[in-house]
Design a protein around this ligand. Structure first.
Ligand SMILES: [Zn+2]
Ligand SMILES: [Zn+2]
Length: 173
């Protein structure tokens, strides 16, 4: 996602509107593979103050990630406000802790600023639906689709409840 700032260079100190879209494919975030469904859009204004460019705008994307319970691909609409300064790269040595965005020429590369803002808005745990039943922890069946036979033996997963039912049986004899 590139922003041509030629207009802003010609008219310093004036807000210049922009509207950008891009299509991004797969990405990685928090150890998961995610993907952008449809176009990523970013619109707003930029202004040149001296040689620093201030970019302000709203980014939108639909991000597909896996449901935290059943792993089904799940789409989440994400919107983020972005406000970043881009400093002209004069080829000087940069300090180690200088994580400012740089640009050279008349084009800003906005991908990283927009991507980071959007992904920070993505919930850390996404659910395909509020009451997702998840996967059976024994056989891995998706419990939203069908109940597996493990469900009926639920008590035997807990050694204490299994013991309790044995004691009950003894009592009945
Ligand atoms: Zn789910
Ligand atoms: Zn099961």
């Amino acid at each position: 996602m590139k922003l041509d700032i030629t207009k802003g260079i010609q008219r310093k100190g004036v807000d210049v509107p922009f509207e950008l879209t891009d299509s991004w494919g797969e990405d990685h975030w928090n150890g998961d593979t995610i993907s952008y469904v449809g176009p990523v859009s970013f619109s707003g204004t930029y202004i040149l103050a001296d040689e620093t460019v201030i970019v302000r705008g709203n980014a939108r994307a639909v991000i597909e990630s896996n449901c935290a319970r059943c792993l089904a691909p799940t789409e989440t609409a994400v919107a983020a406000e972005v406000e970043e300064a881009f400093v002209r790269d004069k080829g000087q040595e940069r300090e180690a802790d200088d994580d400012q965005y740089m640009y050279s020429g008349h084009v800003l590369e906005l991908d990283e600023a927009v991507r980071t803002s959007l992904l920070l808005e993505l919930p850390s745990r996404v659910f395909c639906k509020e009451d997702c039943k998840g996967l059976c922890c024994q056989c891995g069946a998706n419990l939203n689709i069908n109940e597996c036979s493990c469900q009926k033996d639920l008590t035997h997963r807990n050694p204490f409840s299994a013991l309790a039912s044995l004691l009950n049986e003894d009592e009945e004899v």
